[in-house]
Design a protein around this ligand. Structure first.
Ligand SMILES: Nc1ncnc2c1ncn2[C@@H]1O[C@H](COP(=O)(O)OP(=O)(O)OP(=O)(O)O)[C@@H](O)[C@H]1O
Ligand SMILES: [Mg+2]
Length: 441
């Protein structure tokens, strides 16, 4: 039964992937279908033109909501500016990684340029894009802000411009390094990003200093992308809550404060009944010896998940530390005679992972421990009532009421107390559920 649900999900996923790749092929053949540009997009596209009053500015920053049309107009404007202003020069273009830049920016950029009569040759092994039209040829090198090799490579190059897509996801050292390479007269910097914490280095050192740095600043919202329908905008709005709504939908640089899961409500999320029907079981574990050990047993019906039971062992409270073999026995008791698909474990708990492997009774995997992305996914799932908790899981319910952001820190960090059951919940949602529901989520 479970297998047939999985099979159905897999078939639908395959169908969607097939349609997506057919659409990409169609787009490739027919060229990029532009929708009318919004006023903000037009500003990004024209600020450098000879009759623009701000043509002498040294760069542009566009920040704001997701899907608001920043990348599309900025990447195009950047290359058009380079081709109109220079010949035989080197330019830099960067994403968080080279891979993400190729996926999110370059695929569309190549098509937009081709539809405007530019010849674009991609030298993949050198991450070099050669763009030509008439007698003008320029060279665009792709870098990944987080790729170590890019940090080395950018050191020796002289650039006439630098475009950073998703700059807030890059290390400041890379951005300083790259902007420092722009020594050609007339060179300009181009940045876009979604907002983060107001104490983020990009907000403090660039957005807040745009006047003194002689850089234009533009703020985008989803209404600045005329290609989005109301229905799609509504779908994006419903995906984010709390600090993520403020940042990704309102486009504000704001502090993560108060309860991390303020959307958790006992009325909505705590259930008296266990789930029934065809279910897949998964266990998620946050490991601790001095700190508490927390494990949740999750039931999943293909859409909804419920934490049905848990183990929460606090050696400090009990006054006795136990070893990995003991923890393994606790897991076995938690699982009983259910068939679990896998046990997802805190990736740093290598010794415990080895013990689970040794007995060869369950399949085990290390959790993806990307805290902020994981928290974002849990907030969405709570908001959409996709996860619930059985009333017996008292430690989990208690932690929802205690898990808070650390407002003292400049970065988005949570106070590392009362976070064990929250961590194993995050492992389940981010490592298992997100993957399973990717096509619908
Ligand atoms: N004028 C337009 N014509 C056609 N499609 C557009 C236009 N402007 C934006 N889009 C499409 O809207 C979507 C979002 O645009 P874009 O990627 O530029 O947004 P973004 O602000 O960079 O989003 P994010 O913050 O999520 O990276 C893309 O699929 C893009 O192709
Ligand atoms: Mg973008």
């Amino acid at each position: 039964m479970t297998n047939s649900i999985d099979q159905r999900i897999e078939n639908v996923r395959k169908g969607i992937m097939k349609r997506a790749s057919a659409m990409k092929e169609k787009v490739k053949k027919q060229g990029f279908a532009f929708k009318p540009f919004s006023v903000k997009q037009k500003q990004v596209l024209t600020w450098w033109c000879p009759n623009s009053p701000v043509k002498d500015k040294d760069g542009i920053i566009a920040d704001g909501a997701i899907r608001s049309g920043k990348t599309l107009c900025m990447s195009l404007s950047y290359v058009l500016w380079a081709m109109e202003s220079f010949n035989q020069q080197n330019f830099g273009m960067a994403g968080k990684t080279i891979g993400s830049f190729r996926r999110n920016v370059l695929f569309w950029l190549k098509m937009m340029l081709a539809s405007r009569g530019y010849s674009v040759v991609d030298h993949r092994s050198d991450n070099l894009i050669v763009v030509s039209k008439g007698t003008t040829t320029n060279y665009f090198y792709i870098f990944g802000g987080k790729d170590e090799r890019s940090q080395d490579l950018i050191q020796g190059i002289t650039l006439a411009g630098m475009f950073f897509d998703e700059v807030a996801l890059m290390p400041e050292s890379f951005v300083n390094q790259a902007t420092g390479r722009c020594s050609v007269t007339g060179s300009k910097f181009w940045f876009n990003c979604n907002p983060d914490n107001p104490r983020h280095w990009f907000k403090v050192n660039w957005v807040d200093k745009c006047k003194e740095k002689n850089i234009i600043y533009l703020h985008f919202t989803m209404d600045d992308n005329l290609s989005l329908s109301e229905k799609i905008k509504e779908r994006y709005r419903s995906m984010y809550v709390g600090v993520f709504f403020k940042r990704y939908i309102l486009g504000l640089w704001c502090v993560a404060e108060g309860l991390v899961y303020s959307m958790f409500s006992e009325e909505r999320h705590v259930k008296k009944e266990h789930m029934t029907g065809a279910l897949t079981y998964v266990v998620s574990v946050d490991y601790g010896t001095v700190n508490p050990f927390s494990a949740g047993l999750w039931a999943f019906d293909g859409w909804h998940s419920q934490r049905e039971a848990e183990v929460y062992y606090n050696s400090r409270e009990v006054g006795k530390r136990v070893d990995d073999e003991e923890y393994y026995k606790m897991l076995k008791k938690l699982i009983g005679n259910r068939r679990v698909e896998c046990i997802i474990v805190d990736p740093s708990a290598t010794s415990f992972i080895e013990v689970i492997k040794k007995y060869n009774e369950y399949s085990v995997m290390g959790a993806n421990n990307d805290v902020l992305d994981g928290i974002r996914v849990v907030t969405t799932m709570l908001n959409k009532d996709m996860i619930s908790v059985h009333e017996d899981c008292e430690d989990n319910i208690k932690e929802y009421g205690l898990y808070v952001w650390d407002e003292e820190k400049g970065d988005d960090v949570v106070i590392k107390e009362n976070d064990h059951s929250m961590d194993d919940t995050r492992y389940y949602c981010y490592t298992f559920l997100r993957r399973r529901l990717r096509w619908r989520y």
